[in-house]
Design a protein around this ligand. Structure first.
Ligand SMILES: C[S@@+](CC[C@H](N)C(=O)[O-])C[C@H]1O[C@@H](n2cnc3c(N)ncnc32)[C@H](O)[C@@H]1O
Length: 137
């Protein structure tokens, strides 16, 4: 499986993936997303057997992120750097920010997971208010 190519359905760039499960794709799987593979799902299911509360922890974390962004925008913040942003899902930082202050906020998404960056590409994912950068380590 090493060196296989992922073509993102959201229109982002092609990326070459390694053989290991990825934290970002595991998170995506547990949250019900589509950007994950058998290697990620098997690892996630193994973890969920060991730690069943992991799913509610991830969902709660995501809800906290949205509340925190909403609070920050309501407090006047207009620029965000989302480090370890994960794969795009519903209620991404720029979407929450746009709900509170339409067209005013800018978000830079940073992740070292190749699919996260491909999907967060301005054309494929986050639109005008977001920019995606790949962390190399
Ligand atoms: C648990 S997810 C969190 C997603 C999102 N921030 C949230 O709260 O819903 C953690 C993300 O951090 C990324 N990550 C881990 N280490 C990183 C690093 N050194 N540089 C950039 N991103 C990293 C992973 O690829 C993964 O997508």
């Amino acid at each position: 499986m090493c060196g296989w190519v992922h073509v993102c359905a959201c229109g982002g760039a092609e990326v070459t993936l390694g053989p290991c499960p990825s934290a970002g794709r595991i998170y995506d799987y547990v949250l019900g997303g589509r950007h994950n593979y058998a290697v990620d799902r098997e690892f996630a299911e193994q973890q969920l057997r060991e730690l069943p509360q992991m799913r509610v922890g991830m969902v709660t974390n995501r809800e906290f992120l949205r509340r925190a962004v909403r609070f920050a925008v309501e407090s006047g913040i207009r620029q965000f750097v989302d480090i370890g942003s994960g794969l795009p899902t519903q209620g991404n930082v720029h979407e929450v920010a746009d709900e509170v202050a339409p067209g005013e906020c800018r978000v830079v998404y940073i992740d070292n997971e190749p699919i996260a960056c491909a999907c967060a590409d301005p054309v494929g994912g986050h639109g005008r208010s977001g920019t995606a950068l790949r962390a190399l380590r």
